[in-house]
Design a binder for this molecule. Sequence first.
Ligand code: NDP
Length: 492
Amino acid sequence: MKVYRNYIGGQWLESASQSAAPNLNPADTSDVLGTVKLSTREEARRAVESAAEAFRDWRSTPAPTRGRIVARFARLLEDDKENLAALLTREEGKTLAESRGELQRSINVAEFCAGEARRMNGETIQSELPSNFAYTIRQPHGVVACVTPWNFPVAIPVWKIAPALVAGNAVVFKPATVTPATAVRLTELLVEAGVPKGVFNLVLGSGSEAGDEITNHPAVRAVSFTGSNQVGLKLYEACARRGAKVQCEMGGKNPVVVLEDADMNLAVESTVQGAFGSTGQRCTATSRAIVVDRVADNFIERLIARAESLKIGDGSDPSTEVGPVVDSNQFKSVLSYIDAGREDGASLVAGGGVAEGPGLRKGYFIQPTVFVGVTPEMRIAREEIFGPVLSVMRVQDFDEAMRVANDSEYGLSSSIFSNDAARIFRFIDEIETGMTHVNSPTTGGEAHVPFGGIKATGIGEREQGSTALDFYTELKVVYVDYTGRKREGNLY
Ligand code: NDP
């Protein structure tokens, strides 16, 4: 049985820990990919120390040279795309088409970040004094921790690690415990790309031990986290206490608003894609459909037909449209939300339970589920489910749709289906989400565009795009006086 190893200080090391967990294929739990050992606090500390030591040389390596290594990593990812996509499907469960999409996004991000290495610019600033000027330079923090979830186990690490390295930081990477195989493969490619010893370190282990040790280590100057609000807010608090920088991308409860003039076919197809794509396990997944009463019956009727037509199965089968949820915890949690929907009085109109049929017995398969008659106070309207469950809410008009859409603690993504320019632009102005889409699903994003949420979803700078390096660099301000004289006046 394959035992996944840590990569610390330029060496592949098996953890000495006695605790371990099996890495299971969620489509068939008799398929065991390997064993992940849950690293000790001591091992996590060693990774941070290795990074701190390697940082000294790495920070003085010219940024374009660092960028060239990341560019090589992008090429290696491209060469390994099919292999990694198959591994991702086997480990996380998403369909092969979705895995290939995640790989392409990762390649695009790495390419973009490699280019940014030649644009790590500051600015020159005119002075109010003669023979003086000021300028700014971007400098790395030192050791940065990247802590990631299981749902995009390739793309999310890449969109943290690539900019962190380009900016000149040394990285300690703590992936989710349920997706160690993809994390190890990414590490192998980074090593092959030429990242120097100690500059990049992989620590496999539980969040509560290894993750806690890394993120609370005084040498870790910045923590980039994607995951749940429960963990993210704890990290935010701990980092704030020691003045470390923190970036948290957390949960979502993303609405689509469907108005009476929408192209109904497009609205239904996009909602199905947003709600059930990646088995609903995307932070940007559509979880609330807010539909004006005049078109609600039509929308619901088509939605039920589409949800029921989706083919559920092992993601490695090319005809599969909806794969399993990732593990037994997610399985239980999603099913308990379906129970909560029933208990709170919503009407179940599609799915609603474990998916059964040939080839589904050994996996964590849940039917694409639609509730109607959902009201804003119900748990399924308020809490993130992170599974294939959609709540449909009827509203009288646009104004009520806006109130309902914004009645959420979260603020990641949203979309509107309409052909009325005035109401589309009002929606863009008033919707309380960090990203919004017009006549397209709540999901999806491009590598060179900033990504992130507001309200309880996001803390700190946006990831990716023109803002990708903001979190990973400090701005140093330099004043230059070439008068050669003591300054008179203006002594503030
Ligand atoms: P978790 O918050 O449970 O875990 C995320 C990561 O944090 C894992 O690596 C986990 O390790 C680690 N961790 C857990 N506890 C600690 C701790 N005390 N100290 C340090 N690290 C810790 O999230 P999930 O993996 O379950 O991911 C699902 C969540 O991610 C959803 O809420 C989803 O919305 C969010 N998400 C948000 C995105 C966004 O951009 N807004 C994008 C994708 C997902 P371990 O695996 O060992 O528990």
